[in-house]
Design a protein around this ligand. Structure first.
Ligand SMILES: Cc1cc2nc3c(=O)[nH]c(=O)nc-3n(C[C@H](O)[C@H](O)[C@H](O)COP(=O)(O)O)c2cc1C
Length: 169
């Protein structure tokens, strides 16, 4: 089986955030997809069970998504994609605003954001699949959204083991 064919799948790049009481975290993900187009559209996102963001989101039942722009740099992606909220306060030194649902939304190098309720969590083994219902959505900046392909080919960014699309080769 040639797992490299999975590199041909296309994705964007996002920072998902969640908060429960005083505990906050957010992480970079590529696994966001819109599923339905009803009045409150549904989306999915896959998050590794060991990520602090997944632990917090399962308790808070709310999650916000920020769509990264092509200008997102490795300082931002490094903080949210390679370090854990268990070890550092990721909001420190990061531009954000508070969502209507009380969950911080990253606004730095972001083109738009979506506030969501979590309807269901599906156990996929290493990862949990969160089924989300959109509650709010706003544009922040008219810039090009970052694609996963752009991240790998132009920024020459790496993908850590906890990402859904990690391949040890
Ligand atoms: C380009 C990129 C893509 C990633 N995609 C995902 C993903 O889809 N799902 C996931 O669980 N983690 C993904 N990660 C890894 C998490 O962002 C990373 O494990 C993060 O440090 C978790 O932080 P937390 O423990 O504060 O939640 C990705 C990281 C990068 C850099």
């Amino acid at each position: 089986m040639n797992k490299k064919v999975l590199f041909d799948l296309n994705y964007g790049l996002y920072i998902v955030t969640s908060k429960e009481g005083d505990t906050f975290s957010g992480c970079v993900v590529n696994t966001v997809t819109q599923i339905t187009a009803e009045e409150k559209p549904k989306l999915i996102v896959a998050i590794n069970k060991e990520n602090y963001t997944a632990e917090i989101a399962k308790k808070s039942k709310k999650m916000n998504l920020a769509v990264l722009s092509q200008e997102a740099d490795m300082l931002l992606i490094g903080k949210f994609g390679f370090r854990s909220g268990r070890d550092i306060n990721k909001l420190e030194g990061t531009e954000y605003k508070m969502g209507n649902n009380g969950i911080p939304i990253i606004t730095e190098k972001v083109v738009s954001y979506i506030e969501c309720n979590i309807l269901q969590v599906i156990d996929c083994g290493t990862h949990d699949l969160f089924l989300l219902e959109m509650q709010e959505g706003e544009k922040i900046e008219e810039k090009e959204p970052m694609t996963y392909h752009y991240y790998h080919t132009v920024i020459k960014g790496k993908t850590p083991p906890k990402a859904s699309s990690y391949n040890e080769d």
